[in-house]
Unconditional design. Structure first.
Length: 391
C-alpha cells in the first residue's frame, strides 16, 4: 500500500531553491512507486511549475493568492492577510481530511501556525529551507530599532512554539541544528543534488560563475566590487551571474561604473544551468545567509571548486577548505579577492580541487538523501502508530 505524502508550499512557478528541491524530492519519491505524492499550493493558479513534475504527482491549488496583497497598503495588507489565513486554514483542513495523507510536510510558511492543529490523522513535519539567524527578522524603517527587535523576538517565539508541536523539524545543516536549542525534535537532512552530470568542467576556461536571485541577500554588489579588482590583475577572465530580481538595474549600473561590462555579465535564469557550470572553472558565492547553498553542491557536481563566504548556513558544512574549494571570512572582500586570484593563478590546483569537489559532493546524491527521508518517514510513522496504540 502506498504511503500518502503531502507537501504544503506557497507556489511552484518560481525558479528558486525551495521550489527546485521540493520538485526533485517529490519526483524521486513518485518514481519509486511506493508513494502517492500531492503538492498543495496557495498561489500561482495561472502559472505552470517552473520545474517539470513527475506525471504521477498531483498539484492542488487552493487559490488563496497571498500574492495579491504585495502592492496593498500596510493596513489593507494586514487585514487581507488575516482573512486569507482564515480561508487557507479552512481549505487546507478540508483538503487534508479528504486526502487522508500519512504525512503532511510544511515548508514553514503561512500554514505553520495552524497545521499541527488540523485533525486529519497525518503526521506533521516541518521542513526548513533557510537558516535561523536570517529568519523572521522583522524590518520596518518607520519603527525604532528596539521595537523591530522586540517584534522579531516575539515572532520567533511564536514560531518555536509552533515547531514544538511537530513530530519532526528538519533542517539542512548541522550548523543550523545548533541554532534551535529550544527544540528536541530536530533532524538534519541536506538538500539533494538536482543532477549527477556525466560531463565535468575541464577547469581551464577563463570564466567564473555565480547563481542566485538578484536580491540584496545575495550580496552580488560585493562580488562585483571584488571582481572589478580581479579584472585589473586578470583582464582575460570573466564572471557570469545567472539570476533575476529587483536589483538587476542597480547591479548593471555598478558594473558600468567599474567599467567591466566586457568582464562581468548578468545572465537570465536558465533551465540548463548544468552546461553553464561545466563551461566555467570556478563558482563563487557571496550570500549574506543561506539555508543550505545548493549552488555550491550543484557546482561541485559539475567538477568545479567553489570560493564562498562563510555565511550561515551551508558553506562550512559542504566545502572542505583548501581541498574542494575555499572558505572566505564572511563579508571580507579583500580575502575574497585573494582566494579568487589564488584559484585563477594555480591551474593545476584548480583542476585537482575540481576533481575532489565532484567526488566529495556525492554524499548529497538524491539516492543518499532519499534514503534518509524514507528512513525518517518510517521512523515517524512507527512512532505515530505506537502512540495511537497506547491511547
Amino acid at each position: 500500500m502506498k504511503r500518502k505524502i503531502v507537501y504544503c508550499i506557497p507556489s511552484l512557478y518560481n525558479s528558486r531553491g525551495m521550489e527546485k528541491v521540493i520538485t526533485i524530492k517529490a519526483n524521486y519519491l513518485a518514481s519509486l512507486g511506493n508513494y502517492e505524492i500531492t503538492i498543495i499550493v496557495t498561489d500561482g493558479r495561472e502559472k505552470k511549475p517552473f520545474f517539470e513534475l513527475h506525471p504521477d504527482i498531483s498539484v492542488i491549488n487552493l487559490d488563496i493568492n497571498y500574492d495579491d496583497l504585495y502592492h496593498s497598503s500596510l493596513f489593507k495588507r494586514s487585514i487581507g492577510y488575516f482573512q486569507k489565513q482564515k480561508k487557507y486554514k479552512a481549505q487546507l483542513s478540508a483538503t487534508l481530511n479528504e486526502i487522508k495523507p500519512d504525512i503532511t510536510i510544511s515548508m514553514l510558511r503561512r500554514d505553520i501556525d495552524f497545521i499541527s492543529k488540523i485533525n486529519d490523522g497525518s503526521v506533521k513535519l516541518g521542513e526548513f529551507h533557510f537558516c535561523r539567524p536570517a529568519y523572521r527578522n522583522f524590518k520596518a524603517s518607520f519603527m525604532p530599532e528596539f521595537l523591530q527587535k522586540g517584534i522579531s523576538k516575539l515572532w520567533m517565539k511564536h514560531l518555536v512554539n509552533s515547531l514544538k508541536q511537530l513530530r519532526k523539524f528538519i533542517v539542512l545543516t548541522e550548523e543550523d541544528k545548533n541554532n534551535w536549542y529550544e527544540l528536541d525534535n530536530v533532524a538534519v537532512i541536506g538538500n539533494p543534488l538536482p543532477f549527477i552530470p556525466v560531463a565535468s568542467s575541464t577547469c581551464t576556461l577563463k570564466e567564473f560563475i555565480a547563481v542566485g536571485a538578484l536580491f540584496s541577500e545575495k550580496r552580488f554588489d560585493s562580488l562585483i566590487n571584488c571582481w572589478a579588482k580581479v579584472v585589473k590583475r586578470h583582464p582575460e577572465w570573466t564572471l557570469r551571474v545567472y539570476g533575476e530580481g529587483m536589483l538587476r538595474g542597480s547591479l548593471q549600473t555598478l558594473i558600468s561604473e567599474h567599467g567591466i561590462e566586457n568582464n562581468c555579465f548578468l545572465e537570465r535564469p536558465t533551465n540548463d544551468i548544468l552546461s553553464k557550470y561545466t563551461e566555467s572553472s570556478c563558482c563563487v558565492l557571496t550570500s549574506e545567509s543561506e539555508g543550505f547553498a545548493m549552488v555550491i553542491t550543484e557546482a561541485m557536481s559539475c567538477g568545479i571548486p567553489v570560493v564562498s563566504y562563510t555565511c550561515p548556513c551551508g558553506p562550512k558544512d559542504i566545502i572542505n577548505d583548501g581541498v574542494d574549494g575555499f572558505l572566505v571570512e564572511n563579508g571580507n572582500e579583500n580575502h575574497l579577492f585573494e582566494k579568487i586570484c589564488t584559484m585563477i593563478e594555480n591551474e593545476e590546483m584548480r583542476k585537482e580541487m575540481g576533481k575532489n569537489a565532484k567526488h566529495n559532493v556525492q554524499r548529497f546524491s538524491m539516492e543518499n538523501i532519499g534514503h534518509q527521508w524514507e528512513e525518517l518517514f518510517e521512523e515517524v510513522l512507527s512512532e505515530h502508530k505506537n502512540q495511537r496504540s497506547h491511547k
